[in-house]
Design a protein around this ligand. Structure first.
Ligand code: GLT
Ligand code: MN
Ligand code: MN
Length: 403
């Protein structure tokens, strides 16, 4: 049995802001002291992580002088070398400073929009210095509480203009970034623009260089919107747009919890891992979550270890799921194949249309068929609960059924 110990080959990453979270919330002060970025790196490396991501200001304070910036960058570079961690993704903090209180790229104030571009170009320079190839845009403040300002259509244009500008900047500098838009329905704004993966995919199609843009779906964010995370990433994968992924967990209908991966919705976490592991997704498995506010530093590392461990356990469950003959037989039985009808239903021709229109279907039979989903779902439940023998052959389960 595997020890479920993470290694760099698993491509697990954490943001500096995740394990660095000090437990502040809207009602209470921090419960933990900040951990120095270099200490974060050495602990993450010890736990088997592959990389680390940051916002510009996770690393360099917003008011740092040029020489302070250089010293911080140098120290961080050394820590990366010592630990062997990489920086696959970088992003900009466009939400903490009061200047962004009514949006960054979608602010009604042209000065704020221009400052957001300046700050993002500088942050892209910083990320590129560390070799980041994915650049995330989480528009936390891009939204409204009051729509009377009449900027709903303008906001889309401003957002588009900014992203088009930054794509050109990346090309001009030769950074080779791929941009990943991260949707969220609300919090900190009442309504955030591009609230779901589907909205972001629709918006990307309107950009000048859509091929440079994809999505960074977050488990908690789709769940907050009452949507299914596996469905969201399946659509992103289908569109060739899963550029990055934020793994965590969340109860529906709550504030943004950013819980440890697998803490709440194990079955959705399982199908998330299934999709990531079987679709050819090759990017980082990024945990965008933080330890509960109740925890001390030991709890922070238990949280980080737990995210990776649960992922690896679920990856093993995916292997068992695919090798389990009874499960695979139930999946096969769920599908009704009909080569003739499948041929007629795909690739339009007038003849096919006529053939389909004149075909007699037995509606009664179609409605009567039970697809066996209760049985299949219970098999998955048993598998996840650990009461199913791994990789049982179909003859073994048949023998049991006759007892
Ligand atoms: C912030 C947010 C996350 C985003 C981060 C990237 S910052 O913590 O809650 O979902 O991914 O900007
Ligand atoms: Mn979140
Ligand atoms: Mn996120």
């Amino acid at each position: 049995m595997s020890s479920f110990q993470a290694t760099p080959a698993d491509k697990f990453t954490f943001g500096l802001w995740t394990v660095g979270n000090v437990g502040r919330d809207p009602f209470g002060e921090p419960t933990r002291t900040a951990i120095d970025p270099a200490a974060i790196l050495s602990k993450l490396a010890e736990l088997g992580a592959w990389g680390v991501n940051f916002h510009d200001n996770d690393l360099v304070p917003i008011d740092a002088s040029a020489s302070e910036r250089d010293a911080i960058v140098e120290g961080f570079r050394r820590a990366l070398q010592e630990t062997g961690l990489c920086v696959p993704m970088a992003t900009t903090n466009l939400f903490t400073d009061p200047a962004f209180k009514d949006g960054a790229f979608t602010s009604a104030d042209a000065r704020v929009r221009a400052y957001a571009l300046q700050k993002t170009m500088r942050a892209m320079d910083l990320g590129a210095e560390f070799g980041a190839k994915t650049y995330v845009f989480w528009g936390g403040r891009e939204g409204t509480e009051v729509d009377a300002g009449g900027k709903l259509l303008d906001a889309m244009s401003w957002f588009r203009d900014s992203l088009n500008f930054l794509a050109e900047y990346s090309e001009d500098q030769g950074y080779g970034y791929k941009f990943a838009l991260e949707p969220k329905p609300n919090e900190p704004r009442g309504d955030i623009f591009l609230p779901t993966v589907g909205s972001a995919l629709g918006f990307i199609a309107t950009l000048d260089k859509p091929q440079m843009f994809g999505v960074n779906p977050e488990f908690a964010h789709e769940t907050m919107a009452g949507l299914s995370f596996p469905h969201a990433i399946a659509q992103a994968i289908d569109a060739g747009k899963l550029f990055h992924v934020d793994l965590n967990d969340q109860k529906m209908g709550r504030f943004d919890q950013d819980l440890r991966f697998g803490a709440e919705n194990l079955k959705s976490a399982f199908f998330t891992v299934y999709l990531l592991e079987t679709s050819g997704y090759d990017g980082p498995r990024h945990f965008d979550a933080h330890a509960l506010r109740t925890e001390d530093e030991a709890g922070v590392w238990a949280f980080a270890r737990g995210c990776m461990r649960t992922y690896l356990v679920l990856k093993e469950k995916v292997r068992q799921f695919r090798e389990d003959a009874e499960i695979q037989a139930a999946i096969e039985a769920y599908r009704v194949r009909d080569a003739e009808l499948e041929g007629l239903s795909k690739g339009y021709s007038r003849d096919k249309a006529e053939a389909l229109k004149s075909r007699a279907f037995d509606r009664g039979e179609l409605g009567r068929r039970g697809p066996g989903l209760e049985h299949l779902d219970q098999l998955v439940t048993d598998l996840l609960l650990g009461v199913r023998e791994p990789a049982r052959s179909s003859s073994a389960s048949e023998a049991e059924a006759t007892l």
